[in-house]
Each structure stands twice: as structure tokens, then as C-alpha cells.
Design a protein around this ligand. Sequence first.
Ligand code: K7E
Ligand code: CUA
Length: 643
Amino acid sequence: MNEDRPHQPSRRRVIGTLAAGAAGGVIAESQLAQSQTPPAPPTGPRKEGPAHKTEVPPGQLDDYYVFFSSGQTGEVRIYGLPSMRELMRIPVFNRDSATGWGLTNESRKILQEGVLPEYRPHLAARGGIYDNGDLHHPHPSFTDGTYDGRYLFVNDKSNTRVARIRLDVMRCDRIIQLPNQHTVHGLRVQKYPRTGYVFCNGEYRVPVPNTGAVLDEPKKYAAMFTAIDGDTMKIAWQVMVDGNLDNVDADYQGKYAFSTCYNSEEGVALPEMMAKDQDWVVIFNLPRIEEAVRKGDYKEINGVPVINGRHGSPYTRYVPVPNSPHGMNTAPDGIHAVANGKLSPTVTVFDVRLFDDLFNDKIKPRDTVVAEPHLGLGPLHTAYDGRGNAFTTLFLDSQVCKWNIDLARRAYKGEKVDPIIQKIDVHYQPGHNHSSMGQTKDADGKWLISLNKFSKDRFLNVGPLKPENDQLIDISGDRMVLVHDGPSFSEPHDATIVHRSKINPKSIWSRDDAFFADAVARAKKDGVTLESDSKVIRDGKKVRVYMTSSAPVFGLTSFEVTEGDEVTVHVTNIDDVEDLTHGFCIVNYNVQMEVAPQATASVTFVADKPGVYYYYCTWFCHAMHMEMQGRMLVSPAKAAAPK
Ligand code: K7E
Ligand code: CUA
């Protein structure tokens, strides 16, 4: 099943049609995808496979964390590798029934603060919160070229947001929505000296500012490249560019970031976007941009310094590459960066050491290109093993291509060498791939995950909506070996594999954690000690209920409020025991939240229906967990005085 496939020259001609442009090319693309419909699934007894490589015996731990995005599900998922077991989910841009993310006061504050003032009125009916997100790219913070275990940064393409997750508690602590741009697609972070900047690509071109004064005049639209300060989660600066930005990466010197860009035509419909056979990679000169901000060479728009980085600017360079490139991936050697061709069967290899000369006008943009190997159809993303080899996903060919960077450079100079080492079938239509530690200078060349968009026949049929298929490939030897199929719900675009030595989360919350500082402050004002008091404070129509939870009892077995009261319930889990989580759910009241050991969680609602309502613990915590319950007694509001 995973033996090599020869090159398929007949398919290459299709790319000619694609690159030649127009909607006809897209029809050819979908036909090509159909032509790959696999043979009927095998029946009969299961065969033995190479799965033992992924086996982590009971009681033993995985070697790596994998932070998977989940696309339109809006959350982050943590897997263990090599077992590919899902370990945990971190809600971010979604609502989550289990943890109460999107419902608790603590999470709502983060979600509400992550909306620009100009969009808040539009969300008023939904409590000032977006309900959906489209999370593509999870990237951990760096110090000195490798992961430092502080944060994970993620984008929301759908509502133009960036979120930060604290890796000590695996919880989102900040969200911001970016002004002056429309979507955040590509997201990567500064690798050196540290993060530092979080680079965010604005994909769609819109009027800036987007107020309605300009509508159907696409020539007046622009896309924006944004650098967020990862420590403060404030925007450091934005650069206005030509074309649509797709993916981004950064170098290992802290000097440059670079983005693939499609639609240099600046069209708004597909035939226009594909009209030319070249687009470009935009290179951003970080020291020059910082200098421009210091000197005031910018326009302030919506409170953000916006630098003009369009053609001719000293802050950017535009390097022509074949039509519609997609992934942008820096190699762990600190020298090479690869733009993936998508509509072109090639990838374009840059030597980032040449960028100084480019910005000093000593060489031409294309002089920074040192190789452009022809790999196969639909190259989207590239990963590395740290031994000079690269692994590129071929979306249309449903393959991963292993190739050698040095051989590609030599072939580009005219030497008769083939940079392609091996191609392996994946199932099917891969987007991103990721290698173990492969986006750091510590790339270890052990594992590769191919994140495939289609699973078709690879799993039991679950109806018209199928899972994606994340396949694990052993790259430790000379040949790639496919070792595991992993279904996942919509839709991981990207994943980051981090060695477990880099991450060190807590098992129990610290009582002084900022995550529930507001609840602590409210309690203090009410003269309540969260860790010991269980009481009800009435403040006009506002009622604040404080209770502890300690298996298997809540600090209050009942509390009484009046119809129409605004009730805030605070639950503090005083169990100081690893994994002893409680939950708090009020029946028929749309209230449910998780309270992990030593945490406080709170929720606010209006007690608008009189009656008896049980609250109960939702996390199985004790033999008497079923009995961990209490009653909320809601008395009817006094009837209006009779006339
Ligand atoms: Cu290629 Cu959004 Cu990184 Cu999807 S992106 S595949
Ligand atoms: Cu507490 Cu179940």
C-alpha cells in the first residue's frame, strides 16, 4: 500500500492547464481528485501492520506532545506521539459544554475582550461573543530557536483573531481581534532571540479602514501583515502589502519574516486570481520596520502604526515565484526557506543569508532563489528532518515527497542529480505535514505526521461526513514507513510536535492564578474567603453565591434566590488532589462548568423561572459522586399589589 510510486508525467500536463489559468483549471483539479478514488476496501480478516512502532504500552507515556488545530471546530487538541492518542482538548474559539468555556465569567471575559469595539454592537445579542472560529495554525513560543514551553499561539481565520494559550495550565488566557485586516490565516512566531513577535497574515484584501466608504473598488483594497507582541498581546505594527497573504515563517536570526502571497492580480473572482503565472513571496525586514516605527514613518489607522510595504517600499521585497504558492517553511539549518508551489509542481528554495544583499539592492529578488525542484502535483507544505532532507505534501498526487535540499541546489545549478529520494502514498489529499521538533533548530528526524483532508475508505463508514486522516510516518530510517492512520474530526490543518521535555504543565492550580483573580477580588469585597466560606451575599437584585466543593459535597446543600435575581455562583474546589475535578451543573438552567483542583470557576445567570432546581457535580469525583448535589430554590417574584 505504501510502496513508492513512479513519477507521473501525464499528470504534470494538467498543472499546465491549471497554471494557464481560469476556472477550467479548477474543474481539472476536481476531476483529478476524483480520478484518485481508491479501490474498494479490503474485506476479510485484518492483516498485521507495522503498528507496533506506535505502541505505547499501558502505563507508559508518549515521547511527544502534538498540538493539533481543529479548523472550524475552533479548539486545540493535544495528542500523544507516537501513540496518536488524543489526550486533551483546549477550547478557544468554540463553546465547550464540558468545561463551560464560553459560559463561565472567566472565559467570557477573555472572549469578550477579544472583540474589537467596532464589532461589539453586532454581537450584543449573543453576549458580545463570537460563536465560531476557524483555527488553523498552533505554534508554541520560542527562545533561542527552540520551544520554551511558555505559550501556544493560534489563529482564527474566520473572525480575524489570535489567541494565546498558557502551556502551564493548557488554557487560553488572551484573545485579540486584529483591526485593518480581514482574516488571520498564516501564523508563525519569531524564533530568535525569542517570541517576541507573533506574525499574522491578513489573507483577504479589503478597504482600509473598512467603513463602507469604499465598496466595489477592489483596486483600493489592501491586505495587512501584522506583528503582535506575544508578551503583551498588543499589536506592535502592521505592514500594508500588495496581493493576498497566505502562509508565513521567520528566520533563525530574528531579522526576516516571509509570506507566500497569491492573487498578485488583486482580483476578486477566481479567473482573475489565476490570470498570471507568477505570484510572489514577500520578505519583511524586521529591523527596518522597527526603525520606521521609531522614526514615525507610518500612518496610524485604528490605533495601530501601519507601514506602507507595497512595491517600492524599503521595508519589503517581492520575489516572483510560480502562481499561487501556499506553505512557507523555514528549514532547521537556519539557511533555507521553502515556498510551496500549490498550482506549480515545484517548490522554491531561498537562501535567507542572501536577504541582506537583496535589501541593500546588491542582487535581484530572484537571486535569492537557490533551488526550485519539481516534486509532483500540488505541493502545499514542507517539513524537515534536520539531516538536510525535506518532506513535501503533494495534495493532488496524494503523496509525501522526500527530497534533499543540497541535491536540489546542485540540480538547480545544472548538475545531473535527482533531489527526490522517495515518494510515499498517503490517504488522501494531504495539506500540512509536520516533523518532530522540525520547526526548530532541534529537529530530530524521527516522526512525520501527514494531515490528510480526505479519509474515504480508510475507516468504518460513519455517513456522508467523514473524518480527516492524520497519518503517522516513521522517518528515522532512509525510507519513510507509514505506521498509523488516525481519524480526526473537522479539521486539523496543522499540528506541532513538541518533545515532552519542553513542556511542564501543572497538575493543580495555584490559588493566586490570574485566571480567577476577578472571582477572588469579588469575594474579597464581599468579605468572603473562597477556600473556606460557603455563603450567599445579597446586593439588591444581585446575588452572589459562594461555595466550596470537596468530594463528595458542595459547601451549600441549598441556596435561595428570587425570580428575576441576577445570580453569580462561585465554586472553589478545595480538594488538593491531582485529577480530582468537580463540575457544577444546574438542571434546566443552561449552567455547567468544570472546577479543577484548587480552581475557582464562576457563572452568572438570571434566575428567571421559579421552582426547585437541583445542581449537581458533573465530574465523577468520588464513590458518592451521584449524591454530590444541592438545590437552588427560586421563589416567585412578588405579584403586583392588587388594585
Ligand atoms: Cu495549508 Cu490554513 Cu496552513 Cu490548511 S493551511 S492545509
Ligand atoms: Cu464532585 Cu463529582
